[in-house]
Design a protein around this ligand. Sequence first.
Ligand code: HEC
Ligand code: HEC
Length: 281
Amino acid sequence: MKRLIKTLTCTVAALAITSAGQAGEDDELVINEELEISTKAVASADSPLDELVSGWRYRADETQELQMDDFDNPSFIFVEQAEDQWKKVEGTEGKACSSCHEDVADFKGLRTVLPRWNEAKAKVYTMENYINDCRVDRMGAEPWKWAKGKMTAMTALISVQSRGMPVAVKTDGPAQAAHDLGKEIYYTRVGQLDMACSSCHEDNYGNMIRADHLSQGQINGFPTYRLKNSKLNSTQARFKGCMKNIRATPYKVGSPEFTALELYVASRGNGLSVESPAVRN
Ligand code: HEC
Ligand code: HEC
């Protein structure tokens, strides 16, 4: 116990976590002056959180504003690229996404339920898994790299069809084992700083860590455009970044561990609106 307290004190000192309210937490998100986004939601009875809060609420006014109009949101440059890609014939079968999927708008609602159990493949599938199955098995094309530009642009185009709809990820039945693994990873302390996801995103959201305002680490806005690297970032790339920040060895994007973690973290946000593609710093 003594050792634990000591580690905690050191960690907090090293990272300078301080309590601070910041302007922006009470702002409401309306996109293009018409689409109302629920950036807060009631937590379910079994949730460890008192209330669910989107990461948007913790960002500075200037960052929040970028997400309030699609003309200002830099993500849409990539969404437009994906619209072109959608119609592009690639692979040995001579097909484009549009050869089989009539309209990308048909994917409305898909983002709210992913990741989910894929019965045919007998494992949990993310949106990236579905897209690459189509590229490889149905188009005879190269799979896209998980966290690279073409994939994140396509996941943004598909996700934006569900914008404003509540996240509703299922974790029971055959998905239970992955949920439990994801939960275990979420609460396991790792790395030189000996911290878990929960140390920051559950125990300290609302507090400042150095100059950053800590959120609940929700993924309802992914893929997310980050001002820091001027591109869309996939959920699992973000997990990787957080693990590196605590000097832990991250899992690989697309690994069963990160997919389990994505499922679990998504379920912690059940009820929040899909915001994808969001803007963060
Ligand atoms: C040769 C036809 C074909 C092509 C080309 C194709 N798909 Fe598919 N796609 C399918 C079929 C069939 C399914 C399975 C539908 C189902 O199970 O309801 C599917 C499923 C999907 C799903 C999961 C949908 C869901 O509701 O579970 C996504 C996402 C998807 N495709 C995206 C793409 C993208 C992006 C491209 C282009 C890179 C593409 N597909 C190209 C035929 C195709
Ligand atoms: C040392 C503290 C710390 C730990 C531990 C940590 N993160 Fe983060 N994380 C941050 C900070 C700082 C940010 C950027 C500000 C924010 O949104 O909280 C962030 C952002 C995120 C975001 C983006 C949220 C959004 O709204 O865009 C996600 C998702 C996330 N973290 C998930 C995780 C997961 C999963 C773990 C465990 C593998 C983890 N984090 C561990 C500090 C941490």
